[in-house]
Design a protein around this ligand. Structure first.
Ligand code: NAD
Length: 340
């Protein structure tokens, strides 16, 4: 693939898409089209020299406009958020099937050669995630299927559709199962944010207000792994350019409890907070980790940025946003759901 071929990134006004556009530019791609449904003013990042397009990709016509002339498509657009969002917006999450279906159809029509789909660790069978001391999830653990209701079912279905577009129409689809991604320039407020950004925001709020307590969803013993955004974009570009046709974990395998995540943020902030556990709040599976055996074997690489290092950068960005009065338009918007 030449660096002058047109690359399309959907969901580019969001967290991962915005970083991906930036990274592709850094790597010398000269023709990038960034697409998102949000008005431009709400995009988290806008890179100069990129063709920015606003369109609702649940509609086939908008997908055709987005895909026109594209050689490569990274499809990251989705209606999604953290546990607080996906557990309460299952229908909305499932409607992303329209985006994924129409983007694949448009990619085929446009003659695109490569198509990346951002799936999720939420496709994994829930029965394998009932213990905080979880056995890390291997790619084969998605079947027999018992994914996260709503969001996870949609991702699993769309993975399958990507596979059949490859088999039947010859478009080289690549599927990543991202495990929790975090970093600067993401959502930290409003109801769609995920645990790392939410913890930073809550600790900063406690620090600034002098009310030294924090609400934690669940008992804090649930475990997860969190991948810093730079590892995510690196793995995404590597996978797109690889010959790996089966879905692949792209995630950190540094397993931590939510309590440990709070310890890390407290240490960065230089505070110690009284913890209040909200056992009724959405909390997702009991334990989840990424088994990176396959990615190491096929790519000779795996995400490796330490949580403490990534969280330091994330905390700093959120702190600056919250204290400088320049909170991004999106993060400043009121949202319907209570924030985690
Ligand atoms: P994000 O919400 O920040 O970005 C998604 C973007 O898609 C948003 O900007 C949104 O406006 C856009 N979008 C939604 N509906 C659209 C539509 N109809 N037309 C055009 N654009 C639309 O989320 P993110 O964290 O950047 O996630 C990107 C992708 O990675 C998503 O597919 C998500 O499911 C997947 N993923 C993310 C994580 C994570 O931890 N962030 C984990 C697993 C999978």
């Amino acid at each position: 693939m030449s660096k002058d071929d047109l690359v399309v990134v959907t969901g580019a006004g969001g967290f991962i898409g915005g970083h991906l556009v930036h990274e592709l530019q850094k790597r010398g791609h000269t023709r990038i089209r960034a697409v998102d449904v949000k008005p431009l003013v709400e995009w988290y990042q806008k890179s100069p020299g990129v063709e920015n397009q606003v369109g609702d990709l649940s509609l086939l016509e908008a997908c055709r406009t987005a895909a026109k002339g594209a050689r490569t498509i990274y499809n990251l657009a989705a209606d999604m958020g953290g546990m607080g969002f996906i557990e309460t917006h299952k229908a909305e999450c499932m409607l992303s099937v329209l985006i994924n279906t129409h983007m694949l159809m448009a990619a085929k029509e446009a003659g695109a050669q490569r198509f990346f789909f951002s799936s999720s660790a939420c496709v994994y069978n829930g029965d394998k995630q009932t213990d905080p001391d979880v056995t890390a999830l291997k790619e084969e653990d998605a079947y027999p299927a018992l994914p996260e209701d709503g969001y996870g079912w949609e991702k699993l279905f769309s993975e399958r559709m990507a596979r059949h577009f490859r088999e039947d129409y010859g478009i080289a689809t690549r599927v990543a199962r991202y495990h929790n991604v975090y970093g600067p320039n993401g959502t930290y407020d409003g109801g769609r944010e995920k645990a790392p950004a939410a913890m930073c925001r809550k600790v900063i709020e406690a620090k600034l207000s002098g009310r030294h307590e924090i609400e934690i969803w669940g008992d804090g013993q649930q475990t997860r792994s969190f991948m810093f955004i730079d590892d995510c974009t690196e793995g995404t570009i590597k996978l797109l350019n690889s010959d790996i046709v089966e879905p692949l974990n792209i995630g950190s395998d540094e397993l931590v409890s939510i309590n440990r995540l709070v310890d890390i943020v407290e240490k960065i902030a230089g505070v110690k907070l009284k913890r209040r556990y909200n056992l009724d709040a959405p909390k997702g599976v009991r334990g989840r980790n990424s088994d990176n055996t396959l990615i190491k074997k096929v790519m000779n690489w795996a995400p490796s940025i330490r949580l403490e290092d990534g969280m330091e950068k994330t905390y700093k960005w959120i702190y600056d946003e919250m204290t400088s009065g320049k909170a991004s338009v999106v993060n400043a918007l009121p949202r319907a759901v209570a924030a985690q």
